[in-house]
Design a protein around this ligand. Structure first.
Ligand code: F3S
Length: 385
């Protein structure tokens, strides 16, 4: 592959992987069974990114199941989102290049809810940070926090350097977290992840004493841990397949009721939101059911996006949730989200959301934020009919 016998795109990809392997001291490459590529929004890629993808697409081809992270717009209903034509045509060019490369335009940060769900101990190369944490910690698959180019290189070669989280020795906990706060909603897990991510930084927290962590709690916890810090994996009793306690002498911290309150308060600016969005990471089917129930008898009074994958939206269509959500005036934002869509250029100033990760990146994008539970997001975005 490195010699160029298998084509230009494969050679370029292998050069990236060899360079990475040398930097991190990998002894060899390992085959991957699944790839997830970030760097899909035109907002982040720009024209140089399109040029790079088009060059690879001349002879490159995905060798394993490979899916994409959210794009900068709903690929079908971008006009109703207020996305400009210039941005839309560039975004569609990006998707066309990835599709020519053989990647599935699933455009979601929850690939595990959309048909890309690796199993225990499988080596994979994923780059969406929240999905990386979920894959390592909940599914027990093995991935480093790939960048977009290195994940794409893994797709086009079917391999990744064997280092970091691919090795059992690097998947042991480094910090015990005693959860004393009572966590009653996914937003509490989000705040906890934000708090712990800052302390753990690049380490592996081990959560003790957590009750009632389901899919929604674990995906928002994963997202928050990866946004305030560089966390790629956590352990949680009864959740993480590899969770077997912490080695003696491991540092420990507590997460108290006070920490929960202070973290949630710090995730709030002031201001009345002109844009409200839920679904970071992309909504599960159960979350869509909840939103449909909360919207019963209500009409939307300000811009309100429900972000999810097209795959989960299709299931929601079948169950009748989508019809009930759209009847209120709420908009589905498939393929995209409030962070990667260019909403800051569309005149919005204050965004309310139920995700600490979204708060983090929306602030980086220059927006004011409110961190509210999902029920409050829905009630503030609507009025009774
Ligand atoms: Fe997904 Fe966008 Fe949040 S990519 S994890 S919904 S910032």
């Amino acid at each position: 592959m490195l010699s160029g016998k298998e084509g230009h795109a494969t050679k370029k990809s292998m050069e990236i992987l060899v360079a990475l392997g040398e930097i991190y001291g990998a002894k060899k490459l390992v085959r991957v069974s699944s790839v997830q590529v970030s760097g899909v929004s035109y907002k982040n890629l720009g024209d140089a990114g399109i040029e790079f993808l088009n060059e690879l697409a001349e002879d490159g081809r995905a060798r394993v199941k490979s899916t994409l992270n959210p794009a900068g717009m709903d690929l079908v209903n971008w006009q109703s989102q207020g996305i400009g034509k210039d941005f839309a045509s560039k975004q569609l060019e990006v998707i066309a290049a990835y599709t020519r490369l053989g990647l599935e335009p699933s455009c979601t940060c929850t690939p595990y809810l959309a048909g890309n769900e690796p199993g225990f101990a499988e080596h994979i190369a994923w780059s969406e940070s929240s999905a990386v944490v979920y894959a390592n910690s909940v599914l027990g698959a093995r991935t480093n926090r790939e960048g977009g180019p290195s994940a794409l290189a893994a797709s086009l070669t079917g391999r990744t350097p064997l280092y970091g989280y691919h090795l059992a020795a690097n998947r042991r906990p480094s910090l015990a977290v005693d959860v004393e706060a009572k966590l009653t909603a996914p937003e509490d897990f989000s705040a906890m992840g934000y708090f712990v991510g800052k302390i753990a930084n690049n380490g592996i927290p081990y959560f003790r004493g957590v009750e009632g962590a389901g899919l929604e709690e674990l995906k928002t916890l994963s997202a928050a841990l990866a946004s305030s810090g560089g966390v790629a994996m956590f352990h949680m009793e009864r959740v993480t397949p590899e969770a077997k306690g912490v080695p003696s002498g491991t540092d420990a911290v507590s997460f108290t009721r006070r920490d929960l309150g202070e973290t949630a308060a710090a995730l709030n600016d002031s201001g009345d939101p002109d844009f409200i969005s839920v679904g970071c990471p992309h909504c599960s089917l159960d979350e869509l059911a909840t939103i449909a129930r909360l919207l019963k008898g209500r009409s939307v009074t300000r811009e309100f996006w429900v972000c999810c994958s097209r795959a989960v939206k299709a299931l929601s269509d079948e169950r009748g949730y989508s019809r009930r959500i759209e009847a209120s005036g709420a908009k589905f934002a498939c393929d995209t989200c409030m962070v990667v869509a260019p909403i800051e250029t569309m005149g919005y100033k204050v965004v309310a959301t139920n995700s600490a990760k979204a708060v983090h990146y929306l602030r980086n994008n220059g927006l004011q934020v409110r961190f509210w539970p999902i029920a409050r997001c829905v009630s503030e975005a609507t009025e009774a009919r």
